[in-house]
Design a protein around this ligand. Structure first.
Ligand code: SF4
Ligand code: SF4
Length: 305
């Protein structure tokens, strides 16, 4: 008979590897969350992200991603550093200041999977970090890792400058964490009022059709002249920067290999950025996914402002 996974041991491994938080949830169908997600899709809030219309089961039924899945381990990785950009005009969101979190967190999840597997030979595992369809936010709440704020972002006692990863396991755990409350924002609506494009008109649900962060990172054909009126050229941190949950910022200690080479670039460096410098200075950051020509168009539009 399979031995039960140890809740405490998994958490100990996760924190030892460098994750900021870890919660463990029983793998079951998140029906309510799936219903809310479908409603947002029906209203068209997913903008051009047509892929969100597919694989709904994968988001909310872990078994459809890993047959026999019994347990969902949720981890967070703090991407906040004390890094600053030398430019105040071509701002880039904090999550992109470090080496692409898809790479960093995936490696850490593989280390975690290995540590658990050593105690449980034959264990089947699937790791995700913003890469599979799974709704990492919904699982963060289910595993008690944090609440979803009115800005649509998960926060907890560490704030919200973190990314979420999951490890799906085909074994039962000896205990599971309680879900977090749905929200603890109370009367606060600072993020709603601070959003420059009113993308949080319906709190807790970001309207991607307006959200700067979606438009300047994902949209293949944005209206650059409109986007150029905003502070950021890649991502947007405004609704997190204003959040009282982030008052006490905890900077992650990163070594040189994990921070980015673009931070010292000044306004004039952006204005004459060519593809070679782009590849060198933005190497291994999530910005490379945007492709040089789109990034360049954003800089040109901003330069004309
Ligand atoms: S990321 Fe920026 S544009 Fe998007 S909801 Fe937050 S403040 Fe608004
Ligand atoms: S700014 Fe206020 S309303 Fe918005 S997420 Fe933070 S606590 Fe919640």
């Amino acid at each position: 008979m399979d031995t039960l996974l140890s809740h405490d041991k998994i958490k100990e491994y996760a924190l030892g590897i460098g994750f900021q938080d870890c919660g463990i949830a029983i793998a079951e169908h998140l029906e309510t969350e799936a219903g809310m997600f479908l409603e947002a899709i029906r209203l068209g809030k997913h903008a051009g992200m047509r892929f969100l219309e597919r694989g709904i089961d994968d988001r909310f039924i872990p078994e459809s991603l890993l047959p026999g899945c019994k347990t969902v381990v949720v981890v967070t990785y703090n991407y906040l550093t004390d890094s600053t950009q030398a430019t105040d005009k071509y701002l880039i969101a904090r999550y992109a200041h470090i080496i692409d979190y898809h790479i960093v967190v995936k490696e850490m999840l593989q280390t975690l999977a290995l540590a658990i597997s050593e105690q449980h030979p034959g264990l089947r595992v699937k790791a995700t970090v913003d890469s599979s369809a799974i709704s990492e936010k919904a699982w963060a709440v289910k595993s008690g890792v944090g609440c979803i704020g009115k800005n649509g972002i998960v926060h907890n006692s560490h704030g919200s400058f973190f990314v979420i990863g999951t490890l799906l396991l085909d074994r039962v755990c000896d205990k599971y964490d309680e879900p977090a409350p749905k929200s603890d924002c109370g009367d606060c609506d600072i993020c709603v009022k601070s959003c420059p494009v009113n993308a949080l008109e319906t709190p807790y649900s970001v309207d991607a059709r307006r959200c700067v962060s979606y438009l300047n990172t994902e949209d293949k054909n944005p209206i650059y002249s409109e986007l150029a009126k905003q502070k950021y050229i890649f991502g947007c941190d405004i609704c997190q920067e204003v959040c009282p949950k982030n008052k006490k910022k905890i900077a992650n200690v990163l070594n040189e290999t994990k921070t980015s080479l673009f931070l010292p670039l000044e306004n004039s460096d952006y204005e004459c950025l060519d593809s070679e410098t782009f590849s060198r200075c933005f190497a291994r950051t999530s910005i490379l996914r945007r492709k040089f020509y789109r990034f360049r168009q954003m800089i040109d539009a901003k330069g004309r402002e």
